[in-house]
Design a protein around this ligand. Sequence first.
Ligand SMILES: [Zn+2]
Ligand SMILES: [Zn+2]
Length: 249
Amino acid sequence: MMSLAAFGSAHRASNWFSCEGLAQGITRLWEPQVHSFFRSNVFHVRGRDGDLVIDGGMGLVPLRPVLGLLPGKPVVAVATHVHVDHVGALSEFQTRLGHRAEAAFFADMADEHTLAGYFREMADGLDHLPYKGWSQQPFHVQPAPLSRILADGDVVETGDRSFRVLHLPGHSPGSIGLLDELNGDFLTGDAIYRGRLVDDLPGSDVPAYRKTMQRLLQIEFSRAYCGHGETIDQDELRSIARTYLDSPS
Ligand SMILES: [Zn+2]
Ligand SMILES: [Zn+2]
């Protein structure tokens, strides 16, 4: 299981998830069989007093059992935003955090906010079925009402690490990032990642996204763990942000 997640190399965490160990007790998990558009990252941060699970993948198979959580140790799930590829497994966790602007959406996980219908209608959404007999058509996201509603500037603690909540709207109204200023780790959700930034979904807001890019240019960090794809550094993040700002809006 997660003890196999040696630093910097990808492993199978289960029949469904792949994982790799990153710096400072953070593990990245992803679902290689899912279409690249929906293949998002789950980050597991092992803290001294509690763990954070940032985002929850598609929820096609249970996530929690593959994390290797310690019995009795608190675990807090943080959703960077309510899209289907990030909240599929959120209901598996008792303590669930997300931003105020999308708080109502977590309670019912309606398709119009999760955009799960896009996945149901995708002909090539999966390379393999998660298990025999699984069907795409009834797929939907389990409701997962928030137990704590986040706003910009809030702090999420693990005992030995503090992550500041940054509201980074544009991709979606309640998109957030989590920044550990002390250790230089920045979890960005879908606010920014390597590849085409998606700003044309229902709920997307290009002017808000441009303001988010201006803000991202000012943030100091060492490693950005993005909602999709590989870890990027500050130079690459700023280059992506500048490219977005330079493109016609
Ligand atoms: Zn998204
Ligand atoms: Zn995403």
